[in-house]
Design a protein around this ligand. Structure first.
Ligand code: 6PG
Length: 252
């Protein structure tokens, strides 16, 4: 599967969030019809949270059966539970606290005051085990219906930053990241083997500060140099942009 799937360009970030919310509902409803259960991977960041907030306002959200929806995260800032900067906290505020999700189907990455304390490597291993427990036979992670990733200005996705060893991981599905260039410095992240188990991957980017990163990632096939180029699904990969983030693309 090519890492450079089609691009959808929206006039602004609000329309990007609305279109993405509608698309997510359709994909989850289709997966629940076909496979009974759907698994989605949430992203942190402004665009990821804007999408979740838009979902909470979307009338067709009722097409999703939350009794059959597993929610995972692509990465997490390794902070105490409930910390305002945790992706989980922000996702709960943006959407999860407003919908009837089943707590046992919501899978946050461990917090720094969780069962492993500040041992971020043990916490990463714990999440890998949780993914494996929900995986089909022979797999290490569930077949994610949809995995979403914001794209950083340096082309990072999740907490896979350019040049970091985590971008070269081929065995483990979840690893710890230390000294991340985007604060906070200690994080937990899915690796490319986990990301590429997704049926569909979306890359979200908005704003002129992302135009160079989008152009660089779509011109590259080196996932260590430009991690966004390494995030793709088995069935589809879609880049959801606003006009500002697409400005560096010849194709648009
Ligand atoms: O934990 C995080 O910080 C996010 O998961 C990160 O990967 C984010 O998605 C990108 O940095 C884009 O963030 P913005 O959408 O806010 O630019």
């Amino acid at each position: 599967m090519s890492p450079h799937g089609p691009v959808r360009v929206h006039a602004d970030t609000a329309l990007l969030a609305k279109a993405a919310a509608t698309g997510l509902i359709q994909r989850v409803a289709d997966a629940q019809a076909e496979f009974d259960v759907a698994h989605i991977v949430l992203t942190g960041g402004r665009n990821g949270n804007a999408l979740l907030h838009e979902l909470s306002l979307t009338p067709t959200l009722g097409a999703i059966d939350f009794d059959r929806l597993h929610v995972w995260w692509g990465d997490e800032r390794f902070l105490p539970a409930g910390h305002a900067d945790r992706n989980e906290t922000q996702a709960r505020e943006a959407l999860l606290d407003t919908v009837p999700v089943l707590p046992e189907l919501v899978h946050p990455m461990p917090a720094s005051d969780g069962p492993d304390g500040d041992d971020v490597e043990a916490a990463a291993a714990r999440y890998a085990a949780e993914l494996a427990a929900a995986a089909p036979a022979g797999a290490l992670v569930p077949t994610f219906t949809l995995a979403m990733f914001g794209v950083g200005p340096d082309t990072h996705v999740a907490s896979l930053f350019p040049g970091f060893a985590a971008t070269e991981e081929t065995e483990r599905t979840v690893v710890a990241v230390r000294e991340a260039p985007k604060p906070p410095p200690t994080r937990i992240t899915l690796t490319f083997p986990a990301i590429r188990a997704a049926h569909e991957v979306w890359l979200l980017a908005a704003g002129e500060d992302k135009a160079d990163a989008v152009a660089a990632a779509r011109a590259s096939t080196d996932p260590t140099k430009t991690p966004a180029a390494g995030a793709y699904g088995t069935g589809a990969t879609l880049w959801l942009l606003d006009r500002a983030a697409a400005a560096g693309l010849q194709e648009h």
